[in-house]
Each structure stands twice: as C-alpha cells, then as structure tokens.
Design a protein around this ligand. Structure first.
Ligand code: GAP
Length: 447
C-alpha cells in the first residue's frame, strides 16, 4: 500500500496507540509513549511471547533483573569497546552525524545527505547510555543503562540454576527495557533509543548448539506466523561474518517487510561461551557447568532468541492495516470513501468487546447496555460507546481492531439478548445476555 507509514503514524496517534514523547516541548530524541490502546496491545504481545516461551515450555524459566548493573558487567560483555559501536561520519558544515552503512561511505564521493557538505573520516561511537549512581557524579559512580536484557540473565545464571535445580538444556527468559544511544533514529518506533526486548537464553552443550540454533530459529519464525504476520512479509537472513555482533558465532535475523524495506524483528544468535567465559574471567567466579553425566566441567554454549517488542508492534500494525474503498457495508450507504480495518489477531487486539446501545436517548436501553458492560468487564477488555450512529461506531471499532461489537436494542429489553457482530466477517447473530461471558470466551479460545 502506498504511503503506509504516514497512515500508520496518523492512526497510532489519532486512536491512542503511540504518541511522541514530551510532545508539548517539541518531542524528545526519538522516544515514544504508548497510549491507552498501545499499552494494552503491547501487554498482549508480551503475554503471547511469555506464554509461549515460559508457560508452554517445560524447561524455560522467567526472570526480571534490574536495569542498572555493575559497570563491570559491560566491560566483560564487550559492550564498552569497539564491538558495540556504530561507525559514524560528521558533516564539516552542518555538524550532523550519519552512520556510514546508511550513506554508503565506501564510495569516495559520499557527501552530507542534508547539506552536501564535506564529511569527516569515520569514527566509532559507542551506543551505551551513561548514568551516575549515588550522590557524586564522578567516574567511580558511573554505570550504564542496559543495552540488552540478557546480561541480567548471565548475572543470575548460577542463582537460577541452583534455586530451580535445572538440568541442561534449559532456558531463561526475560522481557524488559533497553537503552541505546542510537545516532540515526527513524521510521517511527523501528529504531529508537528506549525500547523493549524479549529475550530467551538457551543453555546447552557446545556440540548441541547448532542443532538448537536451527530448532529455535524455526520456532520463532512460526511464532510470528502464528501471530498472523503474512508469510510473504517474513524472511530469514543469514548475517555475514563481517556484520556479526561481537559476541556471536552465528546469527540469523528474522526480518519483516516494512513499508520502508526489510528490517530485523528478531535475532537468533549462537553466542558460544562468550558470555559465561568472559564473566568467569572478569569476576573470578567459576561459571563452568558440572556435567554429571559426562563427568566433565565446561562452559555451556548459549543460543539466544532476541526480539524487539516495539518492532513487532509496528510490524503487526502494518500487516493488519487495510483500507476498503467505498466501505464494507453493502446494506447501508457508506459515509466515508475509505474505511479502515485493523485485522489484528484476537490475542493482540487491545479491545476485545465494544458494548453499544442502539440509541442513547432511551434510558432503558442505556441501562441494559451498561449492565452488559459491567457483566463483561471483569472477563475482557471492553469499551462502552454511545456516541454517533451505530454504523459510525462499528467503523470506529473496526479501525482499532475490536473483535466483537455488542448492540443492545429494543428487542434486548424483552428477550434478554443482543446482537453480536464479528469484526472480520461482519456477520451478526443474537446471543442471550446471560450466556455472553462463556460464549465470548469460547470464541476467543477458538472452541
Ligand atoms: N541480546 C542480543 C541483542 O540485543 P540485537 O540484534 O542488538 O541483539 C535484538 O537486538 C532486537 O532488539 C532486534 O532484533 C530488534 O528487534 C530490537 N532492537 C534493537 N535495536 C533497536 C532499536 N534501536 N529500536 C527498537 N528496537 C531495537
């Protein structure tokens, strides 16, 4: 679809999914806030991932480690050195900085994309965000906001192993905020400075790492397909040796075809023993695993699945967005040239049920509709809406992906039933009010 990104950005703001941070002060450094529908949708993505990666697994446990850690963690992980840095050039005229991989600096002719000025030689720019802990702002108080959640997992490797009596292979999963001082931030929430990751670290014997790498790569791709992303918009990309992150032996990116081109959603990394051996060396703590079966002590290998929630959020919005010229309703006259339908998976849609009184000037209908709303609210995320014509309200709900619209009408007062309308098919049927919680639960679970 042409110009999809501006449409997504506009919908996100208009309907309360995503707002620019500190907007009344002109925004702030490519940070974004998730609005009332955005936070709900984001929580749904996280829940779908958490259920899949912990609840549905026998040998993966969860964790929630602190964002702030000893700076020694980042020294040992290699994030403070050149490995975790972007190569940048600066314009000698306007002093803007650009990533060399984005402006094709390899070519001698490359000049400033903004003003055409001469560019400096490339230099490395570290992405870690610095902060100070305690009352004095000096080098001794310096630490960093975490740049990947998995370091918190490695810090707790022994604690979790011992407290949960885990046997290899096993995994640890975590969701959390991550900070990177990105130089070029663009494409809405695709590349931002504060974002959320969902990471799972799989600990296994070195010889089995490749086998599990292939296993998790397949599982993760299937997860995206299962969430409803179109097959033709997903692909795997083997990351070349030159591009490999400093900690990785092998990386395959799961990419999505965004309106601005293919972009990484999730990285599958074989991190080998990089993390455990470096942390062992730097901390002096022996993090080798005692393999009772093999009668050996060695460092486990780590296969990592590392996804970005904000990017998945954006991909889901882009994939679900549809415009229907002339509208979908054939029985009534469409009020708009183009109707928007957001066909999100039912687990991901922020609002599951909208309760709509047919008219708002009949107290008995309004009362009944409010009763239905109160009945369903404890079970599903619901919205009550009485403003505007019923057709207009259906379209408003379609635009935010609401799965079911329930309309309370005059018949409802006599029959104790109402009309349920399904978002995707627009099919309508009568259901008894008392049966609604169970009926909708069954529909949500697909039984
Ligand atoms: N622990 C491995 C790791 O952090 P990564 O490829 O640097 O790997 C993993 O990041 C995921 O985090 C990416 O696939 C992407 O979805 C997300 N991500 C990375 N940088 C991001 C940014 N600046 N804005 C939004 N998401 C980002």
């Amino acid at each position: 679809m042409q110009n999809l990104m501006p449409k997504i950005i506009s919908l996100a703001k208009r309907r309360g999914f995503i707002f620019p941070s500190s907007e009344i002060y002109g925004g702030f450094g490519s940070c974004y806030d998730f609005g009332p529908l955005g936070v709900e949708m984001k929580n749904n993505i996280k829940k779908a991932w958490w259920d899949e990666m912990t609840k549905n697994q026998e040998n993966i446990v969860g964790l929630d480690a602190a964002i702030l850690m000893s700076p020694k963690v980042w020294q040992a992980s290699g994030h403070l050195t050149a490995g975790f840095a972007d190569e940048l050039v600066e314009c000698k005229s306007c002093h803007k900085r650009f990533r060399t991989d984005e402006i094709g600096r390899g070519r001698a002719s490359a000049s400033c994309p903004e003003c055409g000025g001469e560019l400096t030689e490339p230099r490395k720019f570290n992405l870690m965000m610095r902060t100070f802990v305690g009352p004095v702002e000096n080098e001794a108080a310096l630490t960093y906001l975490r740049a990947e959640t998995c370091q918190g997992i490695y810090m707790n490797y022994e604690n979790v192993l011992n407290s949960m009596r885990l046997k290899i292979p096993f995994g640890m999963a975590q969701i959390g905020k991550v900070f990177r001082n990105e130089i070029t931030t663009k494409n809405f929430v695709f590349r931002i400075r504060e974002f959320e990751q969902m990471e799972m670290e799989w600990f296994c014997r070195p010889k089995e790492a490749e086998k599990y790498f292939d296993f998790w790569k397949k599982e993760r791709l299937n997860w995206y397909l299962n969430l409803g992303l179109k097959k033709e918009n997903l692909r795997e990309r083997e990351v070349s040796e030159k591009e490999l992150p400093h900690y990785s032996i092998r990386t395959v990116d799961i990419e999505y075809k965004f309106p601005f081109g293919w972009g990484e959603l999730e990285a599958i990394n074989n991190r080998g023993d990089w993390d455990l051996s470096n942390h062992s060396k730097c901390s002096g703590k022996d993090l080798r695993y005692v393999d009772e079966e093999k009668k050996k002590k060695y460092f486990l290998y780590i296969v990592e699945t590392s996804g970005g929630i904000d990017r998945v959020f954006l991909a889901l919005l882009c994939d679900a967005y549809q415009e229907i010229k002339g509208g979908r309703t054939k029985t009534t006259k469409p009020t708009k040239e183009v109707e928007i339908l957001l066909k999100l998976d039912k687990r991901i849609a922020p609002i599951k049920v909208a309760v709509l009184p047919l008219v708002r000037n009949k107290p008995k209908i309004v009362k009944k509709a409010r009763e239905v709303y109160q009945l369903l609210k404890p079970h599903f995320f619901c919205q009550y809406d009485e403003l505007g014509s019923i057709g207009r309200r259906y379209r408003r709900q379609d635009e935010i992906a609401t799965i079911f619209c329930l309309t309370v009408d005059f018949e409802s007062l006599k029959q104790e039933d109402l009309t349920i309308r399904y978002r995707d098919t627009m099919k309508q049927e009568r259901v008894k009010i008392k049966d609604l919680p169970w009926h909708i639960k069954k529909l949500m679970c697909g039984i």
